[in-house]
Design a protein around this ligand. Structure first.
Ligand code: BMA
Length: 381
Protein backbone atom coordinates (compact mmCIF):
# COMPACT_ATOMS: atom_id res chain seq x y z
CA UNK A 1 0.00 0.00 0.00
CA UNK A 2 2.80 2.37 1.00
CA UNK A 3 4.69 2.06 -2.26
CA UNK A 4 1.46 2.46 -4.20
CA UNK A 5 0.92 5.79 -2.44
CA UNK A 6 4.46 6.90 -3.09
CA UNK A 7 4.21 6.17 -6.79
CA UNK A 8 0.82 7.88 -6.99
CA UNK A 9 2.26 10.97 -5.31
CA UNK A 10 5.20 11.11 -7.63
CA UNK A 11 2.98 10.92 -10.68
CA UNK A 12 0.66 13.66 -9.52
CA UNK A 13 3.11 16.37 -8.71
CA UNK A 14 6.38 16.64 -6.93
CA UNK A 15 4.80 18.94 -4.33
CA UNK A 16 1.72 16.97 -3.38
CA UNK A 17 1.55 16.05 0.30
CA UNK A 18 2.65 12.49 0.95
CA UNK A 19 -0.31 10.71 2.60
CA UNK A 20 1.93 8.19 4.30
CA UNK A 21 3.72 10.88 6.30
CA UNK A 22 0.89 13.38 6.74
CA UNK A 23 -0.30 13.59 10.32
CA UNK A 24 -2.30 16.05 12.39
CA UNK A 25 -0.32 17.73 15.17
CA UNK A 26 -3.11 16.81 17.56
CA UNK A 27 -2.91 13.04 18.05
CA UNK A 28 -6.20 13.20 19.96
CA UNK A 29 -8.10 14.95 17.15
CA UNK A 30 -11.79 13.97 16.94
CA UNK A 31 -12.79 11.45 14.32
CA UNK A 32 -14.52 14.17 12.23
CA UNK A 33 -11.35 16.28 12.32
CA UNK A 34 -9.21 13.33 11.29
CA UNK A 35 -11.63 12.49 8.49
CA UNK A 36 -11.57 16.06 7.22
CA UNK A 37 -7.78 16.12 7.35
CA UNK A 38 -7.49 12.82 5.49
CA UNK A 39 -9.85 14.07 2.79
CA UNK A 40 -7.82 17.26 2.43
CA UNK A 41 -4.68 15.18 2.09
CA UNK A 42 -6.16 12.96 -0.59
CA UNK A 43 -7.68 15.90 -2.49
CA UNK A 44 -4.34 17.71 -2.56
CA UNK A 45 -3.08 18.09 -6.11
CA UNK A 46 -6.48 17.10 -7.51
CA UNK A 47 -8.97 19.72 -6.33
CA UNK A 48 -8.97 23.27 -5.02
CA UNK A 49 -11.92 24.35 -2.89
CA UNK A 50 -13.39 27.80 -3.23
CA UNK A 51 -13.93 29.85 -0.07
CA UNK A 52 -15.50 33.17 0.88
CA UNK A 53 -15.31 35.20 4.11
CA UNK A 54 -18.61 35.92 5.93
CA UNK A 55 -20.49 34.43 2.96
CA UNK A 56 -23.72 33.53 4.81
CA UNK A 57 -23.82 36.66 6.96
CA UNK A 58 -24.08 39.46 4.42
CA UNK A 59 -23.42 40.48 0.84
CA UNK A 60 -22.94 43.69 -1.08
CA UNK A 61 -26.66 44.55 -1.00
CA UNK A 62 -28.04 42.61 2.00
CA UNK A 63 -27.43 41.61 5.61
CA UNK A 64 -28.54 38.66 7.74
CA UNK A 65 -31.12 37.14 5.39
CA UNK A 66 -31.35 33.40 5.89
CA UNK A 67 -30.32 31.29 2.92
CA UNK A 68 -28.65 34.14 1.03
CA UNK A 69 -25.09 34.21 -0.29
CA UNK A 70 -23.66 36.44 -3.02
CA UNK A 71 -21.82 33.41 -4.41
CA UNK A 72 -24.98 31.31 -4.48
CA UNK A 73 -26.82 34.01 -6.39
CA UNK A 74 -24.22 33.75 -9.15
CA UNK A 75 -23.65 29.98 -9.47
CA UNK A 76 -26.54 28.38 -7.55
CA UNK A 77 -24.08 26.71 -5.22
CA UNK A 78 -22.33 27.74 -2.02
CA UNK A 79 -18.59 27.99 -1.40
CA UNK A 80 -16.85 24.87 -0.10
CA UNK A 81 -15.00 26.90 2.52
CA UNK A 82 -16.55 29.50 4.81
CA UNK A 83 -14.26 32.02 6.53
CA UNK A 84 -15.11 33.75 9.83
CA UNK A 85 -13.26 36.09 12.14
CA UNK A 86 -13.61 36.06 15.92
CA UNK A 87 -11.97 39.43 16.66
CA UNK A 88 -13.87 40.74 19.70
CA UNK A 89 -14.53 37.35 21.33
CA UNK A 90 -11.55 38.01 23.63
CA UNK A 91 -13.63 40.66 25.42
CA UNK A 92 -16.79 38.62 25.46
CA UNK A 93 -18.35 41.10 23.00
CA UNK A 94 -21.56 39.99 21.36
CA UNK A 95 -20.44 41.12 17.86
CA UNK A 96 -17.15 40.63 16.04
CA UNK A 97 -15.03 43.52 14.75
CA UNK A 98 -17.08 43.72 11.56
CA UNK A 99 -20.29 43.70 13.63
CA UNK A 100 -21.30 40.09 12.91
CA UNK A 101 -23.14 38.84 16.03
CA UNK A 102 -21.35 35.79 17.44
CA UNK A 103 -24.62 33.95 17.98
CA UNK A 104 -25.38 34.30 14.25
CA UNK A 105 -21.82 33.31 13.33
CA UNK A 106 -22.24 30.17 15.39
CA UNK A 107 -25.46 29.34 13.54
CA UNK A 108 -23.74 29.89 10.15
CA UNK A 109 -20.80 27.69 11.13
CA UNK A 110 -23.13 24.86 12.07
CA UNK A 111 -25.07 25.43 8.83
CA UNK A 112 -21.86 25.29 6.77
CA UNK A 113 -20.88 22.04 8.49
CA UNK A 114 -24.25 20.51 7.61
CA UNK A 115 -23.79 21.66 4.01
CA UNK A 116 -20.71 19.42 3.99
CA UNK A 117 -18.42 22.45 3.70
CA UNK A 118 -15.42 23.60 5.76
CA UNK A 119 -15.16 26.43 8.27
CA UNK A 120 -11.99 28.43 8.83
CA UNK A 121 -11.50 31.01 11.58
CA UNK A 122 -9.05 33.88 11.90
CA UNK A 123 -8.73 36.14 14.95
CA UNK A 124 -8.24 39.88 14.56
CA UNK A 125 -7.60 40.13 18.28
CA UNK A 126 -7.22 43.47 20.00
CA UNK A 127 -3.91 44.53 21.49
CA UNK A 128 -3.81 42.97 24.97
CA UNK A 129 -1.46 45.62 26.31
CA UNK A 130 -3.29 48.76 25.20
CA UNK A 131 -6.82 47.54 24.48
CA UNK A 132 -6.43 49.08 21.00
CA UNK A 133 -7.34 47.04 17.95
CA UNK A 134 -5.23 44.53 15.94
CA UNK A 135 -3.70 47.43 14.04
CA UNK A 136 -2.43 49.08 17.24
CA UNK A 137 1.18 48.01 16.86
CA UNK A 138 2.29 48.90 20.40
CA UNK A 139 4.60 46.05 21.38
CA UNK A 140 2.67 43.33 23.15
CA UNK A 141 3.94 39.86 22.24
CA UNK A 142 6.73 39.79 24.80
CA UNK A 143 4.36 40.97 27.54
CA UNK A 144 1.83 38.20 27.00
CA UNK A 145 4.26 35.27 26.92
CA UNK A 146 4.68 33.16 30.08
CA UNK A 147 6.51 35.34 32.59
CA UNK A 148 5.29 38.53 30.92
CA UNK A 149 3.30 41.24 32.71
CA UNK A 150 0.15 40.62 30.70
CA UNK A 151 0.37 36.84 30.47
CA UNK A 152 -2.54 35.88 32.69
CA UNK A 153 -4.68 38.56 31.09
CA UNK A 154 -3.92 37.09 27.67
CA UNK A 155 -4.78 33.62 28.97
CA UNK A 156 -8.20 34.95 29.96
CA UNK A 157 -8.61 35.99 26.31
CA UNK A 158 -7.58 32.54 25.10
CA UNK A 159 -10.16 31.09 27.47
CA UNK A 160 -12.90 33.03 25.71
CA UNK A 161 -11.58 31.82 22.33
CA UNK A 162 -11.58 28.24 23.64
CA UNK A 163 -15.11 28.54 24.99
CA UNK A 164 -16.39 29.87 21.68
CA UNK A 165 -14.62 27.20 19.61
CA UNK A 166 -15.96 24.52 21.92
CA UNK A 167 -19.48 25.87 21.63
CA UNK A 168 -19.46 25.13 17.89
CA UNK A 169 -21.22 21.81 17.88
CA UNK A 170 -24.16 20.08 16.26
CA UNK A 171 -27.37 19.11 18.08
CA UNK A 172 -25.84 15.68 18.53
CA UNK A 173 -22.82 17.12 20.28
CA UNK A 174 -20.37 16.71 17.38
CA UNK A 175 -17.64 19.35 17.74
CA UNK A 176 -17.27 21.15 14.43
CA UNK A 177 -13.77 20.90 12.95
CA UNK A 178 -12.22 24.29 12.27
CA UNK A 179 -9.18 25.37 10.29
CA UNK A 180 -7.81 27.82 12.86
CA UNK A 181 -5.54 30.59 11.58
CA UNK A 182 -4.46 32.80 14.50
CA UNK A 183 -1.85 35.59 14.36
CA UNK A 184 -2.12 35.73 10.60
CA UNK A 185 -0.08 37.73 8.06
CA UNK A 186 2.75 37.43 10.56
CA UNK A 187 5.43 38.98 8.35
CA UNK A 188 3.46 42.17 7.73
CA UNK A 189 3.91 45.40 9.65
CA UNK A 190 0.23 46.18 10.37
CA UNK A 191 -0.78 43.89 13.25
CA UNK A 192 0.74 43.98 16.75
CA UNK A 193 2.03 40.42 16.25
CA UNK A 194 3.70 41.49 12.98
CA UNK A 195 7.33 41.14 12.03
CA UNK A 196 8.63 44.53 13.24
CA UNK A 197 7.04 44.16 16.69
CA UNK A 198 8.40 40.85 17.97
CA UNK A 199 11.42 38.64 17.39
CA UNK A 200 11.07 35.31 15.56
CA UNK A 201 11.57 33.55 18.92
CA UNK A 202 8.81 35.61 20.52
CA UNK A 203 6.40 34.90 17.67
CA UNK A 204 7.15 31.20 17.80
CA UNK A 205 6.71 31.19 21.57
CA UNK A 206 3.33 32.90 21.22
CA UNK A 207 2.24 30.36 18.63
CA UNK A 208 3.46 27.40 20.70
CA UNK A 209 1.81 28.66 23.86
CA UNK A 210 -1.50 29.28 22.07
CA UNK A 211 -1.62 25.87 20.38
CA UNK A 212 -0.58 24.00 23.52
CA UNK A 213 -3.01 25.92 25.67
CA UNK A 214 -5.98 25.21 23.41
CA UNK A 215 -5.03 21.60 22.74
CA UNK A 216 -3.44 20.38 25.96
CA UNK A 217 -4.95 22.60 28.64
CA UNK A 218 -8.41 23.29 27.23
CA UNK A 219 -8.56 19.89 25.49
CA UNK A 220 -9.88 21.21 22.20
CA UNK A 221 -9.40 18.48 19.62
CA UNK A 222 -11.24 19.74 16.58
CA UNK A 223 -8.71 22.24 15.26
CA UNK A 224 -6.47 22.08 12.22
CA UNK A 225 -3.78 24.71 12.71
CA UNK A 226 -2.95 27.06 9.85
CA UNK A 227 0.34 28.98 9.72
CA UNK A 228 -0.05 32.11 7.62
CA UNK A 229 2.10 34.81 6.08
CA UNK A 230 1.34 37.71 3.85
CA UNK A 231 3.15 37.91 0.50
CA UNK A 232 6.92 37.73 0.96
CA UNK A 233 10.10 38.48 -0.97
CA UNK A 234 12.02 35.29 -0.35
CA UNK A 235 11.92 31.89 1.31
CA UNK A 236 13.71 32.96 4.52
CA UNK A 237 10.99 35.54 5.05
CA UNK A 238 8.35 32.82 4.79
CA UNK A 239 10.09 30.42 7.16
CA UNK A 240 11.63 32.89 9.64
CA UNK A 241 8.72 32.58 12.11
CA UNK A 242 7.59 29.08 11.21
CA UNK A 243 7.09 27.30 14.54
CA UNK A 244 8.10 23.91 13.11
CA UNK A 245 6.33 20.86 11.84
CA UNK A 246 5.13 19.75 15.27
CA UNK A 247 3.08 22.93 15.55
CA UNK A 248 1.23 23.48 12.26
CA UNK A 249 -0.96 21.39 9.95
CA UNK A 250 -1.27 23.72 7.01
CA UNK A 251 0.95 26.45 5.55
CA UNK A 252 -0.79 29.34 3.89
CA UNK A 253 -0.46 32.63 2.10
CA UNK A 254 -2.51 35.85 1.95
CA UNK A 255 -2.00 38.03 -1.10
CA UNK A 256 -4.21 40.60 -2.82
CA UNK A 257 -4.15 42.25 -6.20
CA UNK A 258 -4.21 46.03 -5.98
CA UNK A 259 -4.64 48.83 -8.48
CA UNK A 260 -5.55 52.52 -8.21
CA UNK A 261 -9.27 53.33 -8.11
CA UNK A 262 -10.53 53.87 -11.69
CA UNK A 263 -7.33 52.39 -13.08
CA UNK A 264 -6.85 52.47 -16.85
CA UNK A 265 -6.92 49.26 -18.92
CA UNK A 266 -3.16 49.40 -19.10
CA UNK A 267 -2.79 49.79 -15.34
CA UNK A 268 -5.16 46.88 -14.73
CA UNK A 269 -3.23 44.72 -17.15
CA UNK A 270 0.06 45.51 -15.47
CA UNK A 271 -1.32 44.95 -12.01
CA UNK A 272 -2.70 41.55 -13.09
CA UNK A 273 0.66 40.51 -14.51
CA UNK A 274 2.47 41.61 -11.39
CA UNK A 275 -0.03 39.84 -9.11
CA UNK A 276 0.06 36.61 -11.07
CA UNK A 277 3.84 36.57 -11.01
CA UNK A 278 4.12 37.19 -7.28
CA UNK A 279 1.33 34.76 -6.45
CA UNK A 280 3.05 31.99 -8.39
CA UNK A 281 6.46 32.74 -6.92
CA UNK A 282 5.08 32.79 -3.38
CA UNK A 283 2.93 29.68 -3.80
CA UNK A 284 5.91 27.81 -5.10
CA UNK A 285 7.72 28.42 -1.82
CA UNK A 286 4.65 27.63 0.29
CA UNK A 287 3.96 24.29 -1.41
CA UNK A 288 7.63 23.30 -1.43
CA UNK A 289 8.02 23.87 2.32
CA UNK A 290 4.65 22.22 2.91
CA UNK A 291 5.71 19.22 0.86
CA UNK A 292 9.01 18.95 2.68
CA UNK A 293 7.28 18.95 6.09
CA UNK A 294 4.24 16.89 5.00
CA UNK A 295 1.82 19.76 5.51
CA UNK A 296 -1.27 20.91 3.67
CA UNK A 297 -1.23 24.30 1.97
CA UNK A 298 -3.72 27.01 1.06
CA UNK A 299 -4.24 30.45 -0.40
CA UNK A 300 -6.07 31.54 2.73
CA UNK A 301 -6.93 35.10 1.63
CA UNK A 302 -6.91 36.71 -1.75
CA UNK A 303 -8.94 38.91 -4.05
CA UNK A 304 -9.04 42.09 -6.06
CA UNK A 305 -11.22 44.70 -4.36
CA UNK A 306 -14.40 45.39 -6.37
CA UNK A 307 -13.12 42.98 -9.07
CA UNK A 308 -12.64 45.55 -11.84
CA UNK A 309 -11.38 42.95 -14.34
CA UNK A 310 -14.18 41.08 -16.14
CA UNK A 311 -12.30 37.80 -16.60
CA UNK A 312 -10.22 37.99 -13.42
CA UNK A 313 -11.36 34.60 -12.08
CA UNK A 314 -10.27 32.41 -14.95
CA UNK A 315 -7.58 34.51 -16.59
CA UNK A 316 -5.72 35.76 -13.54
CA UNK A 317 -6.60 33.79 -10.40
CA UNK A 318 -7.24 30.33 -11.83
CA UNK A 319 -4.28 30.54 -14.15
CA UNK A 320 -2.00 31.37 -11.27
CA UNK A 321 -3.19 28.68 -8.84
CA UNK A 322 -4.27 25.73 -10.96
CA UNK A 323 -0.96 23.89 -10.91
CA UNK A 324 -0.40 24.12 -7.17
CA UNK A 325 -1.61 21.43 -4.76
CA UNK A 326 -3.33 23.92 -2.42
CA UNK A 327 -6.43 22.77 -0.53
CA UNK A 328 -8.40 25.95 -1.01
CA UNK A 329 -8.50 29.56 -2.12
CA UNK A 330 -10.58 32.02 -0.09
CA UNK A 331 -11.64 35.52 -1.10
CA UNK A 332 -12.34 38.19 1.51
CA UNK A 333 -15.65 39.65 2.60
CA UNK A 334 -18.41 41.36 0.60
CA UNK A 335 -18.91 44.37 2.83
CA UNK A 336 -20.37 46.63 0.14
CA UNK A 337 -20.00 50.38 0.27
CA UNK A 338 -17.55 51.67 2.88
CA UNK A 339 -18.59 55.14 3.87
CA UNK A 340 -15.44 56.03 5.76
CA UNK A 341 -13.34 55.29 2.70
CA UNK A 342 -15.92 56.26 0.11
CA UNK A 343 -15.39 53.08 -1.89
CA UNK A 344 -16.78 49.62 -2.48
CA UNK A 345 -15.21 46.84 -0.43
CA UNK A 346 -15.99 43.36 -1.77
CA UNK A 347 -14.01 40.46 -3.19
CA UNK A 348 -16.58 37.92 -4.41
CA UNK A 349 -18.92 38.52 -7.35
CA UNK A 350 -22.63 39.06 -6.80
CA UNK A 351 -25.53 38.90 -9.26
CA UNK A 352 -24.98 41.53 -11.93
CA UNK A 353 -21.38 42.27 -10.94
CA UNK A 354 -19.02 42.69 -13.87
CA UNK A 355 -17.07 39.46 -13.28
CA UNK A 356 -20.10 37.24 -12.49
CA UNK A 357 -20.09 35.60 -15.94
CA UNK A 358 -16.44 34.68 -15.61
CA UNK A 359 -17.05 33.34 -12.11
CA UNK A 360 -19.54 30.88 -13.67
CA UNK A 361 -16.68 29.69 -15.85
CA UNK A 362 -14.49 29.23 -12.79
CA UNK A 363 -17.31 27.20 -11.22
CA UNK A 364 -17.21 24.81 -14.17
CA UNK A 365 -13.49 24.11 -13.91
CA UNK A 366 -12.97 20.46 -12.98
CA UNK A 367 -10.31 21.38 -10.49
CA UNK A 368 -12.54 23.70 -8.45
CA UNK A 369 -14.79 22.41 -5.69
CA UNK A 370 -17.88 24.09 -4.26
CA UNK A 371 -20.26 22.88 -1.59
CA UNK A 372 -22.51 20.56 -3.64
CA UNK A 373 -19.40 18.58 -4.53
CA UNK A 374 -17.92 18.54 -1.03
CA UNK A 375 -21.27 17.37 0.35
CA UNK A 376 -20.98 14.27 -1.85
CA UNK A 377 -17.45 13.60 -0.67
CA UNK A 378 -18.65 13.49 2.95
CA UNK A 379 -15.63 15.30 4.34
CA UNK A 380 -16.37 14.41 7.95
CA UNK A 381 -16.60 10.65 7.55
C1 BMA B 1 -9.95 43.86 6.42
C2 BMA B 1 -11.11 44.73 6.03
C3 BMA B 1 -11.66 45.35 7.29
C4 BMA B 1 -12.02 44.27 8.30
C5 BMA B 1 -10.87 43.32 8.53
C6 BMA B 1 -11.26 42.13 9.39
O1 BMA B 1 -9.35 43.30 5.31
O2 BMA B 1 -12.12 43.95 5.40
O3 BMA B 1 -12.81 46.10 6.97
O4 BMA B 1 -12.40 44.84 9.52
O5 BMA B 1 -10.41 42.84 7.29
O6 BMA B 1 -12.29 41.37 8.83
Amino acid sequence: MKSFYLIACFLLSEWVINPVCAQLIDSMATSETKALYNHLVSLSGKKIMFGHQDDLAYGVHWKYEDGRSDIKEVINDFPAVFGWDIGGIEHGHSNNLDSVPFDRMKKYIIEAYHKGAINTISWHTDNPVTGGNSWDTTRAVKEILPGGKHHSFFVSWLDRVATFLNSLETNNGVKIPILFRPFHELNGGWFWWGRPYCSPEEYKALWKFTIEYLRDVRHIHQLIYVYNTNSFSNEPEFTERYPGKELADMLSLDIYQRAPLNASKEQLKNSSLKFEKQLKENLKVVVQIAHQDHKLSALSETGFEAIPVRDWWTRVLYNAIKDFPISYVLVWRNHGFMEAKNKMHYFAPFKGQKSAGDFKKLYKKKRMLFSKATKKINLYQ
